[in-house]
Every structure is written in C-alpha cells, then in structure tokens.
Design a protein around this ligand. Structure first.
Ligand SMILES: [Zn+2]
Length: 469
C-alpha cells in the first residue's frame, strides 16, 4: 500500500468521522435547545362544519382574512373554489361531503382562509397554480406514485413546445377549483425521510437508486413522508417518471423540491423554466403542516441570461419572499418551522432577506442538499444572522453520492463515496418530545452502523522521524 493511498484512506476515514461526529454533536445540542411547544390555540385547522352554505349566525372565519371580500375592485379577475372533506371518496364535492372551514389556500403570493362554506377566492393570473396548505390531521389525494395532489394548474394555452413536456392546455378557469381532503392519523412524534440529489442521468442510474437506497426502505412506513431535496434529475427530465415509480415503492407520500438540474434548459424565457417540474409535481414552492410541524418547500433556482448564455442563480425572488412572509405570519412562534431548499442557504443572493423573516422564530431549522457532502452549519453574526439563537442549517447527504462514480460494490452499484469521505445515502429527520433529530444513513448500511473507523497498517509518527506499526 503506497503512502499516498494510506494518506487517502486516513483522510477519508477522518472526514467520515467528522461528518458523523457533527451529526451526533448536533443531536446532543438539540436535545437541550429545541423544544417544540404546542401552539396555545390552533386557529388554523378548524373543525369542519356540515353547513353547505355560509352560516348567517356567528360564522367561523380565519384570523387573517376572510376568503370572500366584496370590496375587491371588479376589474381584478378572481378564481374561486372550495375545500372539503371527501366523505364518499369520489374527489368531488357532493352529498355527504363536509366543507372545510379556515383552511389556507394560495396563488403563490396571497394566502386566504376558506369561509364557513369551505369557499375561497383569490386573484387570478394566467399561468397560475392554486394550492392548499395542508392542515394537520388531513391529507390530499395521492397520485399513483404517492405524489400529493394539493394544487390546480391554470395554463389556458398549456406549456410551450419544449424538449421535455409540460402542461397541456387547461382552457378557461373552472367555476370552482375544489380541493378534497382526507383525515389522516398524524402523531405528534414522527419521522420523515430526506433524499438529497438522487440525480440519475438515465434509467440505469435510476436502477442504482432502487438497489442502493430504495430497496432497504420498501414497505417501511415508520417514516410518515419523504422529501427529495432537488436535483431529482440530471437535466434529463425523462427520469422523473421512473424515479417517481421507484420511490413510490416505499409506500409513503413524497414531496419534491426543485433543483438546478430539474429545469427546462431549452426554455426561451425565465417564465418557462419550470414547466416539466410543475406538470409533474405542482408548485415549486408551498407549505404544509404535519403534526405540530410546519414545513415550507422553497425554490431557490433562478434563471440568469447573459447574451446567449443561460445559467442558474441561487435566489428566492420577491414573489416567493412575499409568500413566505404571508405564510409565516400565520404560524405561531411556538410552532417548529422546517425550511426545505436545494441550494445551501448562504449561496442564495437574497438569503439575508429570508433571514429577516425567520430570525425571530425560536424554532426554525433549514435543510438543503446540492453540495454532495453532509455538513451542519450554525449561522450567527458572521453570516449576518441577527437572531438571538444561531440558525441550524443542514446540507444533507446525497442519494447519488459523488454522482454514481467509482468501482461497483457487491450490489453492482458504484460506491459513490462523497467528497468528504462519507458514503452516499439519506437522512431520517425525527420530531419527538419537543426535539428534532437528524440521523445519517449510509446506503445499504444497517441502521446500527453509524460510524466506521479504520486504522491503516502503518501511520507516520507526529514528527515524521520514525514509523509506528
Ligand atoms: Zn444542485
């Protein structure tokens, strides 16, 4: 074994330890600091009412804004709809179904609450996506690939002609855009899966993902849902569908964050870079509640055009910041907020503006991926963070590791060890007894193997003058 090779092994081993040590240190730290308190009064997910029409006596309305506002100027076009509990499971509002009061619905900017008859109304623009903000204890219908169907795409003329297809023409806005909800048993203590960058170039690499990571999770519903943190694909958006099918085998609802390799690179304008993603997964940013935790899926991939050259720029943008502000204004400070994004926070041009929206919240953590390493960051004064407590940002391990490179392992899959020496894999984030924890899982490695320490046969002594065996 050459000295260079020994040095490399030692380096890899030490960086793996460093990565895992940070994870366990974080656990100890969070055990003391992160306490989720139950909101004193949950005014968001109201008990559904059986009334079919608005009640004239003492109606229950949202604390921010009633959905129906007759003072709006008549020249603003409005979309309307209803949220309801779909008792007969047919997806349509009908006899026996209950209107859902006080659920939040958004157009990507404004957020309104449904009125006592479950109705909402929002300004309408062409090429809009309307979505509901899933309340705790309920879930939307799932697609056959377990993707939540919580949105309606309004694209009257459909997507432009692109290499990878987008939405078909949707025509005129429906008279009522209705969102069914279904009761779901959501425990206060739960865990979820976090997949960074699966990033398959082709179907062979989708197979790597299936064998290396998904196989060990199939049928394991101890995690209540999962999130892919962007770079679902590697520019070839034809892999969306086979990867969705593979992940669906796990058997739990799955959310998706957009990454820089999930965009339509041949789009002629900024407006159309997300056509295929949206047609497949829905809005690129939104939020939802699960149990006592509020999750916000964010889109920090912007489009930069310099002459003929197009590239992405990590940035959230004004419209999304406005949505986030409106969204967080409705979440009690005592509620845990988890921000999910693709590009690490500090790389985003407008990260300071997002800091201003979250730094007063005592319980907020954020997770990204994109770097193909696994690291923990704690933002303080040096990073321009003005909150009393540091902000914890996790750059999550990636499913693809180092982009499926290296010699094949005994499962026929490239070892794909990441640049920091940690194996490729995924994380489990759990929320229990007022704390959150993050567990690193190496692909194909049993849960009880969280650390691997290897000592080379020989190492150099500290002063380099003698060899120690
Ligand atoms: Zn990326």
């Amino acid at each position: 074994m050459s000295f260079a090779l020994q040095r490399r092994i030692l380096l890899i081993t030490l960086s793996s330890i460093a990565s895992l040590y940070l994870a366990s240190d974080f656990k100890a730290c969070q055990a003391q600091e992160s306490v989720i308190e139950k909101p004193s009064e949950d005014t968001r997910a109201a008990t559904p009412t059986a009334e079919a029409e608005p009640s004239t006596s003492n109606p229950v309305v949202g604390e921010k804004e009633s959905a129906i506002d007759s003072t709006k100027p008549s020249d603003i076009r409005m979309a309307t709809g209803r949220v309801f509990i779909d008792a007969n499971n047919d997806g349509k509002f009908g006899i026996g179904d209950q209107p859902f009061v006080n659920v939040r619905v958004s157009n990507g900017k404004e957020i309104v609450h449904t009125d006592p008859s479950g109705k909402w109304q929002l300004p309408l623009e062409d090429d809009a996506i309307f979505f509901l903000i899933k309340p705790s204890g309920y879930q939307s219908k799932l697609s056959e690939n377990n993707l939540p169907q919580f949105y309606y795409i309004h694209k009257p003329n459909g997507s432009p002609q692109l290499r990878f297809p987008g939405s078909k023409p949707t025509g005129a806005i429906p008279e009522s855009i209705d969102f069914p909800l279904y009761p779901s048993d959501e425990p206060e203590n739960f865990q979820m899966l976090l997949f960074g960058d699966p990033q398959p170039r082709n179907n062979q690499e989708v197979d790597y993902i299936s064998h290396d990571v998904i196989a060990q999770l199939i049928g394991d519903t101890s995690s209540k849902f999962g999130v892919t943190l962007g770079d679902i694909a590697f520019d070839n958006l034809d892999t969306f569908e086979p990867l969705n099918q593979a992940i669906a085998l796990i058997g739990i609802p799955w959310h998706n964050v957009i990454g820089n390799h999930d965009i339509n690179l041949d789009a002629g304008s900024r407006k159309h870079i997300n056509e295929t993603f949206e047609a497949t997964y829905g809005p690129t940013y939104y939020s939802f509640d699960y149990g006592q935790v509020h999750f916000v899926v964010l889109d920090n991939i912007d489009w930069k055009v310099e002459g003929d050259k197009k590239s992405y720029l990590p940035n959230f943008g004004a419209r999304q910041r406005e949505f986030l502000k409106n969204d967080l204004d409705m979440i009690p400070e005592s509620q845990m907020v988890v921000l999910l994004m693709h590009v690490p926070f500090l790389d985003c041009e407008d990260h300071q503006e997002i800091f201003r929206l979250i730094e007063d919240r005592p319980f907020c953590v954020s997770v990204s991926a994109h770097r193909h390493v696994h690291t923990h960051h704690f933002f303080g004064e040096k990073e321009g963070w003005k909150g009393d407590k540091e902000h914890h940002h996790v750059v999550n391990v990636t499913v693809s590791g180092s982009w499926w490179s290296g010699a094949r392992n005994d499962r026929g899959v490239p070892h794909s060890t990441m640049g920091d020496g940690a194996p490729n894999g995924y994380s489990i984030m759990s929320f229990a007894d007022g704390r959150y924890m993050l567990d690193f899982r190496g692909a194909g490695i049993p849960a009880d193997e969280q650390m691997l320490i290897q000592l080379p046969d020989e190492v150099a002594a500290a002063d380099g003058s003698e060899r120690v065996f």
